[in-house]
Design a protein around this ligand. Structure first.
Ligand SMILES: [Zn+2]
Length: 445
Protein backbone atom coordinates (compact mmCIF):
# COMPACT_ATOMS: atom_id res chain seq x y z
CA UNK A 1 0.00 0.00 0.00
CA UNK A 2 1.43 3.38 -0.99
CA UNK A 3 0.37 6.87 0.06
CA UNK A 4 1.37 10.03 -1.79
CA UNK A 5 1.21 13.30 0.15
CA UNK A 6 1.40 16.22 -2.27
CA UNK A 7 1.44 20.02 -2.18
CA UNK A 8 3.05 20.22 1.26
CA UNK A 9 5.58 22.66 2.65
CA UNK A 10 7.99 20.01 3.95
CA UNK A 11 10.33 20.64 6.88
CA UNK A 12 12.49 17.52 6.85
CA UNK A 13 14.42 18.33 10.09
CA UNK A 14 17.41 16.49 8.60
CA UNK A 15 21.01 17.61 9.37
CA UNK A 16 20.84 20.44 6.81
CA UNK A 17 17.24 21.32 7.76
CA UNK A 18 16.27 20.79 4.11
CA UNK A 19 12.90 22.28 3.15
CA UNK A 20 10.69 21.72 0.12
CA UNK A 21 8.44 24.76 -0.44
CA UNK A 22 5.91 22.79 -2.48
CA UNK A 23 6.84 19.19 -2.00
CA UNK A 24 5.67 15.59 -2.06
CA UNK A 25 6.38 12.58 0.12
CA UNK A 26 5.74 8.98 -0.85
CA UNK A 27 5.07 6.35 1.83
CA UNK A 28 5.43 2.71 0.89
CA UNK A 29 4.59 0.10 3.51
CA UNK A 30 5.91 1.67 6.72
CA UNK A 31 8.71 3.76 5.23
CA UNK A 32 9.43 7.00 3.40
CA UNK A 33 10.20 5.95 -0.17
CA UNK A 34 10.63 9.32 -1.93
CA UNK A 35 10.63 12.99 -0.98
CA UNK A 36 11.19 16.12 -3.05
CA UNK A 37 9.74 19.15 -4.86
CA UNK A 38 6.42 18.66 -6.68
CA UNK A 39 8.16 19.71 -9.93
CA UNK A 40 10.27 16.53 -9.65
CA UNK A 41 7.33 14.22 -8.93
CA UNK A 42 7.32 11.41 -11.49
CA UNK A 43 5.26 8.52 -10.13
CA UNK A 44 2.06 6.97 -11.34
CA UNK A 45 -0.35 7.71 -8.49
CA UNK A 46 -3.21 5.71 -10.03
CA UNK A 47 -3.09 2.87 -7.49
CA UNK A 48 -2.05 5.05 -4.53
CA UNK A 49 -3.92 6.83 -1.84
CA UNK A 50 -3.34 10.53 -2.50
CA UNK A 51 -3.50 13.17 0.23
CA UNK A 52 -3.52 16.82 -0.85
CA UNK A 53 -1.80 18.81 1.91
CA UNK A 54 -3.01 22.11 0.36
CA UNK A 55 0.14 23.95 1.38
CA UNK A 56 0.12 22.66 4.97
CA UNK A 57 3.32 22.08 6.95
CA UNK A 58 4.58 18.49 6.81
CA UNK A 59 7.20 17.49 9.37
CA UNK A 60 8.32 14.51 11.45
CA UNK A 61 5.86 13.54 14.18
CA UNK A 62 6.65 15.03 17.58
CA UNK A 63 8.31 12.90 20.25
CA UNK A 64 7.03 13.31 23.80
CA UNK A 65 10.10 12.25 25.77
CA UNK A 66 8.56 12.06 29.23
CA UNK A 67 4.99 11.38 30.26
CA UNK A 68 2.72 9.22 32.41
CA UNK A 69 -0.16 8.18 30.17
CA UNK A 70 -1.98 6.34 32.96
CA UNK A 71 -2.59 9.61 34.79
CA UNK A 72 -5.42 11.15 32.74
CA UNK A 73 -7.80 10.63 35.75
CA UNK A 74 -5.59 13.07 37.73
CA UNK A 75 -5.91 15.92 35.23
CA UNK A 76 -7.00 19.21 36.85
CA UNK A 77 -6.92 17.64 40.32
CA UNK A 78 -5.19 19.57 43.12
CA UNK A 79 -3.26 21.64 40.57
CA UNK A 80 -2.44 24.48 42.96
CA UNK A 81 -1.89 22.36 46.07
CA UNK A 82 1.51 22.36 47.83
CA UNK A 83 3.15 18.89 47.90
CA UNK A 84 0.50 17.47 45.62
CA UNK A 85 2.69 14.35 45.10
CA UNK A 86 2.30 13.08 48.65
CA UNK A 87 -1.21 14.43 49.32
CA UNK A 88 -2.96 13.38 46.11
CA UNK A 89 -0.78 11.35 43.76
CA UNK A 90 0.67 8.63 45.98
CA UNK A 91 -2.65 7.85 47.82
CA UNK A 92 -4.73 7.86 44.63
CA UNK A 93 -2.22 5.70 42.80
CA UNK A 94 -3.05 2.92 45.26
CA UNK A 95 -6.47 2.51 43.62
CA UNK A 96 -5.13 2.32 40.06
CA UNK A 97 -6.07 -0.91 38.26
CA UNK A 98 -4.83 -2.43 34.99
CA UNK A 99 -8.21 -1.58 33.42
CA UNK A 100 -7.98 2.07 34.47
CA UNK A 101 -4.36 2.37 33.28
CA UNK A 102 -5.26 0.83 29.91
CA UNK A 103 -8.31 3.09 29.41
CA UNK A 104 -6.33 6.16 30.49
CA UNK A 105 -3.37 5.31 28.26
CA UNK A 106 -5.57 4.77 25.21
CA UNK A 107 -7.35 8.07 25.77
CA UNK A 108 -3.93 9.73 26.21
CA UNK A 109 -2.63 8.15 23.00
CA UNK A 110 -5.63 9.61 21.18
CA UNK A 111 -4.65 13.06 22.50
CA UNK A 112 -1.05 12.50 21.40
CA UNK A 113 -2.00 11.44 17.88
CA UNK A 114 -4.53 14.24 17.45
CA UNK A 115 -1.79 16.74 18.36
CA UNK A 116 0.79 15.29 15.95
CA UNK A 117 2.85 13.23 18.39
CA UNK A 118 3.94 9.88 17.00
CA UNK A 119 6.21 8.53 19.76
CA UNK A 120 5.98 8.78 23.53
CA UNK A 121 8.24 7.72 26.38
CA UNK A 122 6.21 6.69 29.40
CA UNK A 123 6.72 5.57 32.97
CA UNK A 124 3.91 4.24 35.13
CA UNK A 125 2.39 1.08 36.63
CA UNK A 126 0.99 -2.01 34.85
CA UNK A 127 3.12 -1.15 31.82
CA UNK A 128 2.35 -4.47 30.16
CA UNK A 129 -1.17 -3.16 29.52
CA UNK A 130 0.25 0.14 28.21
CA UNK A 131 2.35 -1.86 25.73
CA UNK A 132 -0.80 -3.74 24.64
CA UNK A 133 -2.59 -0.40 24.25
CA UNK A 134 0.20 0.71 21.88
CA UNK A 135 -0.60 -2.27 19.68
CA UNK A 136 -4.32 -1.49 19.75
CA UNK A 137 -3.84 2.21 19.02
CA UNK A 138 -0.93 1.65 16.54
CA UNK A 139 1.24 4.10 18.48
CA UNK A 140 5.02 3.99 18.90
CA UNK A 141 5.90 3.86 22.59
CA UNK A 142 8.82 3.53 24.98
CA UNK A 143 7.11 1.97 27.93
CA UNK A 144 8.76 2.10 31.37
CA UNK A 145 7.76 -0.05 34.35
CA UNK A 146 8.02 2.01 37.55
CA UNK A 147 10.21 0.73 40.37
CA UNK A 148 9.92 2.47 43.73
CA UNK A 149 10.75 1.50 47.32
CA UNK A 150 7.12 1.28 48.50
CA UNK A 151 4.10 -0.95 48.00
CA UNK A 152 2.34 0.17 44.83
CA UNK A 153 -0.82 -0.75 42.96
CA UNK A 154 1.09 -3.39 40.98
CA UNK A 155 3.96 -4.72 43.14
CA UNK A 156 4.51 -5.20 46.89
CA UNK A 157 8.23 -4.44 46.83
CA UNK A 158 10.84 -2.90 44.54
CA UNK A 159 12.54 -6.31 44.25
CA UNK A 160 9.28 -7.82 42.95
CA UNK A 161 8.89 -4.90 40.53
CA UNK A 162 12.41 -5.51 39.18
CA UNK A 163 11.62 -9.19 38.58
CA UNK A 164 8.32 -8.23 36.95
CA UNK A 165 10.21 -5.74 34.81
CA UNK A 166 12.61 -8.47 33.63
CA UNK A 167 9.63 -10.53 32.40
CA UNK A 168 8.09 -7.44 30.84
CA UNK A 169 11.33 -6.71 28.93
CA UNK A 170 11.60 -10.32 27.73
CA UNK A 171 7.99 -10.21 26.52
CA UNK A 172 8.38 -7.08 24.40
CA UNK A 173 11.97 -7.16 23.08
CA UNK A 174 12.31 -6.34 19.36
CA UNK A 175 8.66 -5.31 18.93
CA UNK A 176 8.03 -3.03 15.97
CA UNK A 177 6.26 -0.29 17.96
CA UNK A 178 6.96 -1.00 21.65
CA UNK A 179 10.29 -0.68 23.47
CA UNK A 180 10.21 -1.83 27.11
CA UNK A 181 12.08 0.32 29.65
CA UNK A 182 13.04 0.19 33.32
CA UNK A 183 11.75 3.22 35.24
CA UNK A 184 13.14 3.70 38.76
CA UNK A 185 10.96 6.49 40.11
CA UNK A 186 13.65 8.96 41.28
CA UNK A 187 17.17 9.14 42.71
CA UNK A 188 15.80 9.40 46.28
CA UNK A 189 12.98 6.84 46.17
CA UNK A 190 14.90 3.58 45.73
CA UNK A 191 17.54 1.72 47.75
CA UNK A 192 21.14 1.30 46.56
CA UNK A 193 20.84 -2.49 46.19
CA UNK A 194 17.80 -2.06 43.93
CA UNK A 195 19.56 0.61 41.87
CA UNK A 196 22.45 -1.83 41.34
CA UNK A 197 20.02 -4.53 40.13
CA UNK A 198 18.43 -2.01 37.76
CA UNK A 199 21.80 -1.04 36.22
CA UNK A 200 22.68 -4.73 35.81
CA UNK A 201 19.29 -5.45 34.17
CA UNK A 202 19.72 -2.54 31.74
CA UNK A 203 23.25 -3.56 30.76
CA UNK A 204 22.19 -7.19 30.38
CA UNK A 205 19.08 -6.57 28.26
CA UNK A 206 19.88 -3.22 26.62
CA UNK A 207 16.59 -1.83 27.95
CA UNK A 208 16.73 1.96 28.42
CA UNK A 209 16.19 3.49 31.86
CA UNK A 210 13.92 6.46 32.52
CA UNK A 211 14.10 8.24 35.87
CA UNK A 212 13.12 11.55 37.50
CA UNK A 213 16.46 13.24 38.25
CA UNK A 214 17.34 16.54 39.89
CA UNK A 215 13.74 17.69 40.10
CA UNK A 216 13.03 18.35 43.78
CA UNK A 217 14.90 20.47 46.34
CA UNK A 218 14.43 17.73 48.94
CA UNK A 219 15.78 15.13 46.49
CA UNK A 220 19.15 16.95 46.50
CA UNK A 221 19.15 17.27 50.30
CA UNK A 222 18.23 13.63 50.88
CA UNK A 223 20.92 12.28 48.50
CA UNK A 224 23.53 14.60 49.98
CA UNK A 225 22.70 13.62 53.56
CA UNK A 226 22.51 9.89 52.83
CA UNK A 227 25.46 9.48 50.45
CA UNK A 228 27.38 12.77 50.30
CA UNK A 229 26.72 13.15 46.58
CA UNK A 230 24.69 15.31 44.20
CA UNK A 231 22.09 13.26 42.25
CA UNK A 232 24.23 12.91 39.08
CA UNK A 233 27.37 12.06 41.10
CA UNK A 234 25.26 9.41 42.83
CA UNK A 235 24.06 7.99 39.48
CA UNK A 236 27.64 7.98 38.20
CA UNK A 237 28.82 6.02 41.26
CA UNK A 238 26.06 3.45 40.69
CA UNK A 239 26.93 2.97 37.00
CA UNK A 240 23.84 4.63 35.51
CA UNK A 241 25.98 6.78 33.21
CA UNK A 242 27.15 3.58 31.47
CA UNK A 243 23.53 2.82 30.51
CA UNK A 244 21.01 4.22 28.05
CA UNK A 245 19.48 6.70 30.50
CA UNK A 246 16.73 9.25 29.95
CA UNK A 247 16.67 11.71 32.85
CA UNK A 248 13.36 13.51 33.24
CA UNK A 249 13.65 17.18 34.32
CA UNK A 250 17.32 17.84 35.30
CA UNK A 251 16.28 21.22 36.69
CA UNK A 252 18.81 21.65 39.49
CA UNK A 253 21.96 20.42 37.72
CA UNK A 254 25.29 22.02 38.65
CA UNK A 255 28.08 22.74 36.14
CA UNK A 256 30.10 19.80 37.44
CA UNK A 257 27.08 17.49 37.01
CA UNK A 258 26.63 18.71 33.42
CA UNK A 259 30.33 17.94 32.85
CA UNK A 260 29.75 14.41 34.16
CA UNK A 261 26.77 13.98 31.80
CA UNK A 262 28.79 15.21 28.82
CA UNK A 263 31.42 12.56 29.60
CA UNK A 264 28.86 9.78 30.05
CA UNK A 265 29.90 6.45 28.62
CA UNK A 266 26.38 5.38 27.70
CA UNK A 267 23.65 7.34 25.92
CA UNK A 268 22.42 9.82 28.50
CA UNK A 269 19.79 12.46 27.73
CA UNK A 270 17.55 14.97 29.45
CA UNK A 271 13.79 15.22 28.90
CA UNK A 272 13.01 18.92 29.31
CA UNK A 273 9.49 19.30 30.78
CA UNK A 274 9.20 23.06 31.04
CA UNK A 275 5.42 23.15 31.51
CA UNK A 276 5.48 20.84 34.52
CA UNK A 277 8.64 22.43 35.97
CA UNK A 278 7.29 25.98 35.91
CA UNK A 279 3.74 25.10 36.96
CA UNK A 280 5.18 23.47 40.08
CA UNK A 281 7.52 26.45 40.62
CA UNK A 282 10.60 24.22 40.58
CA UNK A 283 12.67 26.17 38.08
CA UNK A 284 14.04 26.33 34.54
CA UNK A 285 16.48 23.57 33.54
CA UNK A 286 19.92 24.64 32.19
CA UNK A 287 19.21 23.43 28.66
CA UNK A 288 21.60 25.88 26.97
CA UNK A 289 24.53 24.61 29.06
CA UNK A 290 23.53 20.97 28.48
CA UNK A 291 23.40 21.45 24.69
CA UNK A 292 26.69 23.38 24.67
CA UNK A 293 28.30 20.42 26.42
CA UNK A 294 26.86 18.01 23.85
CA UNK A 295 24.24 16.41 26.10
CA UNK A 296 21.22 15.13 24.17
CA UNK A 297 17.93 16.93 24.96
CA UNK A 298 14.32 16.26 23.99
CA UNK A 299 11.01 17.71 25.17
CA UNK A 300 8.32 16.13 27.33
CA UNK A 301 4.94 17.11 28.70
CA UNK A 302 5.25 15.06 31.91
CA UNK A 303 1.97 13.45 32.98
CA UNK A 304 -1.47 14.98 32.46
CA UNK A 305 -1.58 15.89 36.15
CA UNK A 306 1.59 17.96 35.76
CA UNK A 307 1.48 19.13 32.14
CA UNK A 308 -1.73 19.20 31.88
CA UNK A 309 -2.19 18.67 28.17
CA UNK A 310 -0.09 16.15 26.28
CA UNK A 311 0.49 18.30 23.18
CA UNK A 312 3.98 19.42 22.22
CA UNK A 313 2.87 22.81 20.88
CA UNK A 314 2.26 24.03 24.43
CA UNK A 315 5.68 22.75 25.51
CA UNK A 316 7.51 24.30 22.56
CA UNK A 317 6.00 27.71 23.18
CA UNK A 318 6.59 27.57 26.92
CA UNK A 319 10.17 26.48 26.34
CA UNK A 320 10.78 29.53 24.15
CA UNK A 321 9.13 31.91 26.60
CA UNK A 322 10.70 30.61 29.80
CA UNK A 323 14.21 29.96 28.44
CA UNK A 324 14.39 33.41 26.79
CA UNK A 325 13.21 35.06 30.00
CA UNK A 326 15.54 32.95 32.13
CA UNK A 327 18.52 33.82 29.92
CA UNK A 328 17.32 37.42 29.37
CA UNK A 329 17.98 36.91 25.67
CA UNK A 330 15.27 37.28 23.05
CA UNK A 331 17.41 35.53 20.46
CA UNK A 332 18.04 32.43 22.59
CA UNK A 333 16.50 29.18 21.35
CA UNK A 334 15.19 30.23 17.93
CA UNK A 335 12.01 28.41 16.83
CA UNK A 336 13.96 26.20 14.42
CA UNK A 337 16.06 24.84 17.29
CA UNK A 338 12.99 24.14 19.43
CA UNK A 339 11.22 22.21 16.64
CA UNK A 340 14.45 20.22 16.21
CA UNK A 341 14.46 19.29 19.91
CA UNK A 342 10.77 18.28 19.77
CA UNK A 343 11.40 15.91 16.84
CA UNK A 344 14.99 14.83 16.14
CA UNK A 345 16.17 15.56 19.70
CA UNK A 346 13.65 13.12 21.13
CA UNK A 347 14.54 10.49 18.53
CA UNK A 348 18.23 10.78 19.40
CA UNK A 349 17.49 10.51 23.12
CA UNK A 350 15.63 7.27 22.45
CA UNK A 351 18.46 5.93 20.25
CA UNK A 352 16.08 5.92 17.28
CA UNK A 353 17.59 8.77 15.23
CA UNK A 354 18.49 6.30 12.47
CA UNK A 355 14.84 5.31 12.21
CA UNK A 356 12.63 8.32 13.04
CA UNK A 357 12.96 12.05 13.94
CA UNK A 358 13.42 13.43 10.41
CA UNK A 359 11.78 12.96 7.01
CA UNK A 360 14.37 11.12 4.93
CA UNK A 361 14.19 8.24 2.46
CA UNK A 362 14.44 4.90 4.26
CA UNK A 363 13.18 6.19 7.61
CA UNK A 364 9.92 5.03 9.15
CA UNK A 365 6.95 7.19 8.12
CA UNK A 366 6.12 8.96 11.40
CA UNK A 367 4.71 12.23 10.10
CA UNK A 368 2.41 15.08 11.06
CA UNK A 369 0.58 17.54 8.79
CA UNK A 370 -0.27 20.97 10.24
CA UNK A 371 -2.88 22.91 8.27
CA UNK A 372 -2.33 26.58 7.61
CA UNK A 373 -5.89 27.70 6.81
CA UNK A 374 -7.11 28.42 10.33
CA UNK A 375 -7.43 31.96 11.61
CA UNK A 376 -4.27 31.76 13.77
CA UNK A 377 -2.04 30.57 10.93
CA UNK A 378 -1.91 33.60 8.63
CA UNK A 379 0.44 35.00 7.50
CA UNK A 380 3.49 32.74 7.68
CA UNK A 381 6.87 34.38 7.08
CA UNK A 382 8.75 31.66 8.95
CA UNK A 383 7.35 28.12 9.15
CA UNK A 384 9.23 27.24 12.36
CA UNK A 385 7.96 30.39 14.05
CA UNK A 386 4.43 29.53 12.96
CA UNK A 387 4.75 26.09 14.57
CA UNK A 388 6.23 27.31 17.86
CA UNK A 389 4.39 30.62 18.35
CA UNK A 390 1.20 30.55 16.25
CA UNK A 391 0.04 26.95 16.03
CA UNK A 392 -1.81 24.83 18.57
CA UNK A 393 -2.86 21.20 18.75
CA UNK A 394 -6.10 21.81 16.87
CA UNK A 395 -4.13 22.74 13.74
CA UNK A 396 -2.97 19.13 13.33
CA UNK A 397 -4.86 17.76 10.35
CA UNK A 398 -3.26 14.35 9.83
CA UNK A 399 -0.82 12.00 11.54
CA UNK A 400 0.94 8.87 10.29
CA UNK A 401 2.73 6.36 12.53
CA UNK A 402 4.90 3.66 10.96
CA UNK A 403 3.23 4.42 7.62
CA UNK A 404 -0.32 4.04 8.96
CA UNK A 405 -2.58 7.09 8.92
CA UNK A 406 -3.99 7.34 12.46
CA UNK A 407 -5.47 10.86 12.17
CA UNK A 408 -7.25 12.22 9.11
CA UNK A 409 -9.05 15.57 8.84
CA UNK A 410 -8.58 16.18 12.60
CA UNK A 411 -10.19 12.87 13.62
CA UNK A 412 -8.93 9.44 14.66
CA UNK A 413 -9.07 7.02 11.75
CA UNK A 414 -9.63 3.63 13.41
CA UNK A 415 -10.65 4.66 16.93
CA UNK A 416 -13.56 6.69 18.24
CA UNK A 417 -12.74 9.42 20.76
CA UNK A 418 -16.22 9.33 22.34
CA UNK A 419 -15.94 5.58 22.91
CA UNK A 420 -12.47 5.93 24.44
CA UNK A 421 -13.73 8.69 26.75
CA UNK A 422 -16.79 6.72 27.87
CA UNK A 423 -14.57 3.68 28.47
CA UNK A 424 -12.25 5.72 30.67
CA UNK A 425 -15.10 7.37 32.54
CA UNK A 426 -16.65 3.99 33.38
CA UNK A 427 -13.33 2.85 34.91
CA UNK A 428 -13.11 5.91 37.18
CA UNK A 429 -15.83 5.09 39.77
CA UNK A 430 -13.52 4.01 42.61
CA UNK A 431 -11.01 6.73 41.72
CA UNK A 432 -13.70 9.43 42.04
CA UNK A 433 -14.76 8.01 45.43
CA UNK A 434 -11.16 8.26 46.69
CA UNK A 435 -10.93 11.85 45.45
CA UNK A 436 -14.09 12.67 47.45
CA UNK A 437 -12.56 11.11 50.57
CA UNK A 438 -9.34 13.14 50.23
CA UNK A 439 -11.30 16.34 49.62
CA UNK A 440 -13.49 15.63 52.69
CA UNK A 441 -10.38 15.01 54.84
CA UNK A 442 -8.87 18.26 53.53
CA UNK A 443 -12.08 20.10 54.45
CA UNK A 444 -12.00 18.62 57.98
CA UNK A 445 -8.46 19.95 58.41
ZN1 LIG B 1 7.26 12.59 35.51
Amino acid sequence: MATLIKNAHILTMDDQLTEYECGFLLIEDSQIKMIGEMSKLAVDSESMEVVDAKGGLLLPGFINLHTHLGMIPFRSLGDDTPDRLRRFLFPLEQVMTPELVAASSEYAMAELMLSGTTTFSDMYYFEDVVAKSCEKMKMRGFVGQTIIDMTTCDYRTAAEAIEGCREFINGWQNHELVTPMIAPHATNTNRVEDFKSIVALSLETGAPIMMHVSEMDYELTEIKEAYGFSPVEFLNELGFLDCHLIMAHGILLSDSEIELLSNARGLVSVAHCIGANTKSAKGVAPIKSLLEKGVCVGLGTDGPSSGNTLDMFTQMRMMANFQKTHLRDRSAFPAKEIVKLATYGGAKALGLDGKIGSLEVGKQADITLIETNSVNMFPIFDSYSAIVYSANASNVESTWINGVQVVSNHELVEQNLKTLREGLDSCMVEFREEVSKINKTEADI
